[in-house]
Design a protein around this ligand. Structure first.
Ligand SMILES: [Zn+2]
Length: 106
């Protein structure tokens, strides 16, 4: 991570995101993002345009909790169908058949 300049350090402090599932605050590297693009489609990734919601990386439970509490729909200003939720969940966390491996360390 390169935060050598004053500007870099400031940007680093500002690059904090809140998981909408558990409210944990973390740098974007530790989170995954789903966004509602300007045309209303859903996109996954930190660089996707539009209004976004963040979740702890490798933590489908945070996603599920946000869905249950309707926090995701609120964050994206849009209700999501169960089909959409399933697709987004699979894209964020790799789907049911891809369990998280040992690279999931701090
Ligand atoms: Zn979380």
């Amino acid at each position: 991570m390169s935060a050598r300049t004053a500007e870099g350090r400031r940007a680093d402090r500002e690059r904090r995101r809140t998981c909408v599932g558990c409210r944990r605050v973390a740098p974007p590297e530790e989170l995954v993002r789903v966004a509602r693009t300007p045309d209303g489609a859903l996109a996954v990734g930190a660089g996707a345009p539009g209004r976004g919601a963040w979740f702890c990386r490798a933590s489908p439970g945070c996603f599920d909790r946000a869905v249950r509490r309707r926090a995701l729909g609120r964050a994206l200003r849009r209700e999501l169908s169960s089909d959409e939720l399933e697709v987004v969940r699979a894209r964020l966390f790799g789907g049911a058949e891809r369990e998280h491996g040992p690279e999931d360390e701090r």
